[in-house]
Write a protein that binds this ligand. Structure first.
Ligand SMILES: Nc1ncnc2c1ncn2[C@@H]1O[C@H](COP(=O)(O)OP(=O)(O)OP(=O)(O)O)[C@@H](O)[C@H]1O
Length: 784
């Protein structure tokens, strides 16, 4: 029995253009049926050829290819049923949804690579106004059905063709449609386009206006058309060693060595000049200041992108060297330089630059323990690449940052990526569908997308689909997706995706080692550069660096330690100053407020006179009490900072907790950080604990969580039941109660409800400090 006639893929000739792509509506089939095979049309088809072709059809694919090669006949076109198209024709190609792109067929051939087991074509793209991403370079005279011929090509299977397009000059179009409108009932509707300019979509430069029929008549003009558009537009902005420009700010950004590879900038740059690609040109022309937080995508709650830099402090707003030091040492300030990461910086930079320039996909897996500068390095690379785009040395790119800790559900990553690409907010499931299609079907979208997947460990889902997709998409032919995956552990792909899959993915791997004490010293010193006076003594820096390097090589910890020491020194200086003031105060002079004067004048080294004055004003007794210089961070201040941080009763209590309680706290912190909400459901904390167990390489944690967990999950069907039981079985419920009793957490458990709410009863900093280097739970997220 003949199969029922499927609805043809081509039964939708009615189309209309909506800025760039063409929306198609169903209408009569005029092009043939979906299921028929494509066949080549050869240069001259003699009766001998027809017989041979019939014979070929019975051969296997490989033999068919060989036969086609030996026939020596040139392929000039292809047909499917009654539909025919030839090299040089403009055709409609299937786009996502009910849309189509337009391209000229430049070549037809049998696919030779393994994946190209189909008949293939090389297309030269037309681009609609929507494909011009650079808003400042969009033309305002673009007609509704106008397309630009571009220099972009793609190789695609013939199956992507869905019909023919008719490209004409403005004159021809106006002669036929003087009103400028094509009626919906017309057969030209959605298929006739005006082309009067070429455009290089990578540099967004246009050719002068031309008459389409003058420059393109058909197949014999394909090459000339390409040469014309190429030579009349600016081609790729391949970076060259750039001479010093008038723009000193940009020169500060990129420090090119002889090999042309930018180094991390040694000079303090103007941070407010770093912007993500969207806003850059517009804002530059308008002379507005930008902060790194200006992003390409408008972010709507509750989805969240992490901004490039989170704290930009204007030096003029700071009054005392203590404040400057504190701010520059703060982990959330954007450092002016990243010493000791030159090599990693340059590897990531070259990879990204090459992928952006070539328009290819790429995936870099960056691993390293907390505080080793992974995120800071990647952001710096992106900021510098962006500076190159600003300087017109590099092609435009989209940048989006997805932080595993900041998405409540890993699948939200799909929505974030789609929004970055297209600006539309859709559900994760819909976004996944759209992304799959986008990356596997041809499109004239030439703008590469760089995705920073930070805290990747947190994006682990039950079947690892999110991680798999983000690793896999860069390899798809049409993705132009560059993924920078950042995680704490080296073997996350293997552990979560199996060796076979992860080796197939061919990830480029970069490992960030922990900092040595010398490196930590350099980092702290570079953060302190430009701070007036000598707020921190060099041997104090060395002491702090040694202390940290001995345990973790974590720059975050070293910076925090020094910042706290500066706070202590500042407080001492203020107290000293106050004391001096009180001693000096004459009864009829109201004492000056310490907040008004701050510790500015109390800084030794800043101004010798000042210091002398301060010491002179000390009473003999205060001088005796003072065994170390006031207002400077010394080794003793560092010790005090460490001591203070680790010796409180709370710290001691936290460090002495049993494993179950530590795990409970790790899970609670992870959950709070992930959701951004200060409390979590007990069931979610248990889920989080199970996930931590899955991720952890610590034997006791794995044994504790996984063994128990398996037992529990096999026993119960409902998740809720499972959570409650799991909590009990894992001892997490008991741990929560103990912690609640000690005031470490607050548990709200309503009677009759299985799901209670939990929140931290102490500062998360306290918990991190106590457990960050705890051997039992190391790496479970306390460190960052
Ligand atoms: N080489 C460096 N020079 C200056 N500051 C640095 C350097 N490396 C790291 N830092 C600072 O240390 C802090 C932690 O760095 P970063 O967040 O990049 O680490 P990470 O490796 O991504 O850590 P995590 O895995 O915890 O996210 C940041 O404030 C960063 O600016």
């Amino acid at each position: 029995m003949a199969p029922a006639r499927k609805k043809s893929r081509l039964e939708q000739a009615r189309q209309y253009l909506t800025s760039g792509t063409i929306q198609r509506e169903d209408s009569d089939d005029e092009l043939g049926q979906d299921d028929l095979p494509w066949e080549w049309i050869y240069e001259e088809e003699t009766s001998h050829d027809a017989t041979q072709k019939k014979a070929e059809r019975t051969l296997t694919l490989r033999k068919r290819k060989a036969a086609a090669l030996t026939t020596d006949r040139r392929i000039i076109g292809a047909k499917m049923g009654s539909f025919e198209c030839k090299i040089g024709d403009a055709v409609l190609l299937k786009a996502e949804g009910n849309k189509a792109w337009v391209g000229i067929i430049c070549e037809l051939y049998d696919g030779e690579e393994e994946e190209d087991d189909d008949k293939m074509a090389k297309f030269m793209w037309f681009s609609g106004e929507k494909e011009i991403r650079n808003k400042s370079k969009k033309r305002d005279d673009c007609l509704e059905n106008e397309l630009y011929i571009t220099t972009a090509f793609d190789l695609n299977p013939l199956t992507t063709i869905i019909g023919k397009a008719n490209v004409v000059s403005l004159e021809t179009f106006n002669a036929k449609y003087p009103s400028g409108q094509i009626k919906k009932s017309s057969k030209d509707y959605g298929k006739m386009f005006v082309c009067r300019r070429g455009c290089n979509t990578r540099t967004t430069t246009y050719t002068e206006e031309f008459k389409w029929e003058d420059i393109y008549k058909g197949v014999e003009d394909v090459e000339a058309l390409q040469v014309f558009v190429d030579s009349h537009t600016k081609s790729t902005r391949k970076k060259q060693a750039r001479p010093k420009t008038d723009n000193a700010d940009l020169d500060d950004f990129v420090v090119n060595d002889e090999d042309g590879i930018p180094r991390t900038p040694k000079k303090r740059r103007r941070l407010n000049e770093v912007a993500t690609p969207t806003s850059k040109r517009k804002d530059q022309t308008h002379g507005k200041f930008l902060t790194p937080t200006h992003k390409r995508i408008v972010i709507k709650k509750p989805l969240e992108f992490t901004p490039l830099g989170t704290r930009i402090i204007s030096p003029s707003a700071l009054s005392s060297p203590f404040q400057i030091a504190r701010n520059q040492l703060h982990v959330s300030s954007v450092p002016a330089a990243l010493p000791c990461r030159e090599e990693e910086f340059s590897t990531v930079y070259s990879h990204l630059e090459a992928a952006i320039t070539e328009g290819s996909g790429s995936c870099i897996y960056i691993s390293g323990t907390p505080g080793t500068g992974k995120t800071a390095t990647v952001r710096e690379v992106v900021a510098q690449l962006n500076a190159s785009v600003l300087a017109e040395e590099l092609d435009d790119f989209i940048f989006v940052e997805i932080n595993g800790m900041k998405v409540t559900d890993p699948h939200q990553s799909y929505s974030l990526l789609w929004e970055a690409l297209r600006g539309d907010r859709v559900s994760p499931a819909h976004a996944l569908e759209l992304l799959e299609r986008e990356f596997s079907t041809p499109s004239p979208r030439r703008v590469p997308c760089v995705v920073l997947m930070d805290e990747l460990d947190q994006l682990v889902t039950k079947n690892q689909s999110v991680m798999y997709n983000f690793f896999n998409w860069p390899g798809l032919r049409h993705s132009r997706l560059i993924v920078l995956a950042v995680a704490n552990t080296m073997d996350l792909p293997e552990r979560t995706l199996s060796n076979k899959i992860s080796s197939r993915l061919g990830l480029t791997r970069i490992t960030f080692p922990g900092y040595t004490h010398d490196q930590l010293m350099q980092i702290i010193q570079s953060r302190l550069s430009g701070v007036p006076g000598h707020v921190v003594q060099p041997d104090a820096v060395q002491f702090a660096a040694r202390k940290v390097a001995a345990v973790s090589g974590d720059a975050r910890r070293a910076l925090d330690m020094c910042r706290r020491a500066v706070e202590i020194a500042e407080a001492e200086a203020i107290a000293k100053e106050q004391e001096a003031e009180d001693n000096d105060a004459v009864p009829d002079t109201p004492s000056k407020s310490k907040s008004r004067r701050g510790a500015k004048s109390a800084l030794p080294g800043k101004d010798k006179g000042n210091t002398a004055e301060m010491h002179d004003s000390q009473t003999p007794s205060s001088r005796q009490k003072q065994s170390k210089p006031v207002g400077v961070v010394t080794i003793a201040t560092i010790k005090q900072a460490i001591n203070e941080a680790t010796s409180s009763p709370l710290q001691q209590y936290l460090r002495a907790l049993p494993l179950a309680s530590k795990l409970f706290l790790a899970a609670l912190l992870a959950r709070i950080r992930r959701t951004g909400v200060g409390e979590a459901l007990m069931g979610d904390v248990v889920e989080e604990a199970k996930r931590l167990g899955l991720m952890s390489q610590l034997q006791p944690v794995q044994r504790y969580l996984l063994a128990e967990n398996e037992e529990v999950t096999t026993k119960s069907a409902s998740t809720r039941q499972m959570d409650a039981k799991a909590a009990r079985a894992l001892g997490l419920g008991k741990a929560a109660l103990d912690l609640a009793e000690a005031g470490i957490v607050g548990v709200e458990s309503r009677r009759g409800e299985r799901v209670g709410r939990v929140r931290l009863g102490v500062g998360d900093e306290e918990v991190r400090l106590a457990l960050g280097e705890d051997e039992e739970v190391k790496g479970l997220g306390f460190g960052s």
